[in-house]
Design a protein around this ligand. Structure first.
Ligand SMILES: *[C@@H]1O[C@H](CO)[C@@H](O)[C@H](O)[C@H]1NC(C)=O
Ligand SMILES: *[C@@H]1O[C@H](CO)[C@@H](O)[C@H](O)[C@H]1NC(C)=O
Ligand SMILES: *[C@@H]1O[C@H](CO)[C@@H](O)[C@H](O)[C@H]1NC(C)=O
Ligand SMILES: [Zn+2]
Length: 471
């Protein structure tokens, strides 16, 4: 039975305040950056004191010293990134990424998988209006997460999304939508707490705030991608889905020096078509099992978000996570979500036995393609090792090539090995095949967000029940 997804009515109220609604992201223009630099020069000419205290934004360490939020969020030009942009290596920031005729190698990479992508039509609009979509909710043929939080793909050969943790009583700590320009005080706090997290960085933000992105890696956090421009992925064409993932992965490679193997879909909006392209690009899909809805603080109030946090904390205290740990959706989106993160970290540590990055809980000691970045496994983490050994972040001024575990020629299944999901698979690189659909997280329990607490995103009934759209 085909039913119409009636999300449009909500679009105004719920989606406008959602995580990553375009206007919530600061769009930084390089022209603005250079005029700011020019006015600094003028100011320096008139005041020697101002020149002496002008922040240095030439490397990660000096940039990390700035703690005045307004100063942190003043655009700057970082030569290695400016050079890459001048060379036309990247799409326009904050625009939907697409293939470029100027980059035939990337197009060729796409074409090598174009024929085997599951034949699923794009749904709705990139801004998340699914009102015109006819979807067979009864069978959920595309395993569309947005519809009913499906995370076990229907298409053959695809790995399940990681949405919870095999380790009990564990809070998988994740922060989305960074790097936030004014995150230094928050990252200082995490450092004081010896707390690492998984950071899902948006490619456009990485180019806007490259030194802030480098800090994430320097501090020992686990870095994953969160697409190029933060759109609803199931609405995009195959070419756009590919480019959104490819260029976010490339931005992180060029600015931080590492090739990530994990990503989180904005709004959780993923289906088997999108999963296939992500897996082909060597990226494991990470969702969540609990949602704080912190990104909605402006419309839901701080008290409501605190209530959501508390509900998860209560679960931690009363045994809800005795079998599987949880991965929780939280953000470094703005000052409010960051202050909630700081308010709750001590309480999380009280209510849960372990608080760890997702990769650590999955014993994924080498999360990147590159060697030289070794994270503790879960046993080491729980025994007190929270540091990582890492090479310094690097920004290159030439176009670094990406290592993509793509292997073509198989029909009907993805033959890429996604190293992220399997520590064992990382040691035998090069084979490029044999990606099993196993998924490393054997747990198949029920995992839903905070049900009931939030009604803003609950939409009209279809078939058996209401659809909850997690933003
Ligand atoms: C991918 O395949 C489709 C369907 O055959 C085709 O229309 C499209 O042009 C291809 N894309 C590229 C970039 O080659
Ligand atoms: C970061 O946080 C600040 C403070 O809330 C906010 O103004 C800014 O838009 C955020 N976004 C980015 C990309 O830094
Ligand atoms: C990680 O290692 C711990 C033992 O230290 C184990 O309990 C857990 O199941 C492992 N996680 C995965 C995803 O294999
Ligand atoms: Zn997001």
């Amino acid at each position: 039975m085909h039913s119409s997804l009636a999300l449009a009515v909500l679009a105004g109220a719920a989606f406008a305040s959602a995580c990553g609604d375009e206007k919530h992201f600061q769009r930084v223009r390089r022209a603005a950056a250079s005029s700011a630099a020019a006015s600094r020069t003028v100011a320096a000419g008139t005041s020697a004191a101002a020149a002496a205290t002008a922040p240095s934004r030439t490397d990660e360490a000096s940039n990390a010293q700035i703690t005045n939020a307004a100063e942190e969020c003043t655009p700057y030009s970082y030569p290695p990134v400016a050079a890459l942009q001048a060379a036309g290596v990247f799409p326009e920031i904050w625009e939907i990424a697409n293939l470029s005729t100027a980059q035939p190698d990337v197009t060729a990479l796409f074409q090598s998988l174009n024929g085997s992508i599951p034949n699923i039509a794009p749904k709705g609009t990139p801004a998340g209006d699914f009102s015109g979509v006819n979807y067979d909710g009864a069978t959920d043929p595309d395993c569309w997460w947005t519809y009913e939080q499906c995370h076990t793909p229907k298409a053959k050969g695809l790995q399940s999304d990681v949405y919870n943790l095999a380790t009990p009583e564990t809070w998988g700590l994740t922060y989305d939508d960074g790097p936030n320009c004014s995150h230094n005080a928050f990252y200082d706090y995490l450092q004081d707490q010896k707390q690492k997290a998984t950071m899902f960085y948006i490619g456009s933000n990485v180019l806007d705030w490259p030194l802030e992105a480098q800090r994430g890696l320097t501090d020992g956090h686990e870095i994953c991608a969160h697409t190029w421009s933060h759109r609803y992925m199931t609405a995009l064409t195959n070419e756009q889905v590919f480019a959104e993932l490819y260029y976010s992965k490339k931005a992180i490679k060029d600015v931080l020096g590492v090739t990530v193997q994990c990503w989180r879909p904005p709004y959780g909006d993923v289906d088997d078509r999108v999963r296939y392209i992500a897996q082909s690009l060597g990226m494991q899909t990470i969702i969540w099992s609990d949602n704080t809805f912190d990104y909605n603080i402006a419309t839901l109030s701080r008290a409501t978000i605190e209530g959501n946090y508390n509900e998860i904390l209560n679960g931690g205290k009363n045994g809800s996570y005795a079998v599987n740990g949880t991965i929780v959706l939280t953000h470094e989106l703005n000052a409010d979500t960051i202050s909630l993160a700081e308010e709750f970290l001590p309480k999380i540590k009280e209510a849960f036995k372990y608080v760890a990055p997702v990769g650590v809980a999955m014993n994924n000691t080498e999360p990147y393609v590159e060697s030289g970045y070794t994270y503790p496994n879960f046993a080491q983490w729980t025994a007190g090792t929270t540091s990582i050994s890492l090479a310094a972040p690097t920004a290159v001024s030439t176009d670094a090539s990406l290592s993509i575990p793509l292997s073509t020629g198989q029909t009907g299944s993805v033959s890429a090995t996604v190293a992220y999901a399997s520590a064992a698979a990382t040691s035998s690189s090069g084979s490029g095949s044999g990606g099993s659909s196993g998924g490393s997280n054997g747990a198949r329990g029920t995992a839903q967000g905070i049900v009931g607490a939030i009604t803003a995103a609950v939409v009209g009934a279809i078939g058996a029940g209401a659809i909850t759209v997690m933003l």
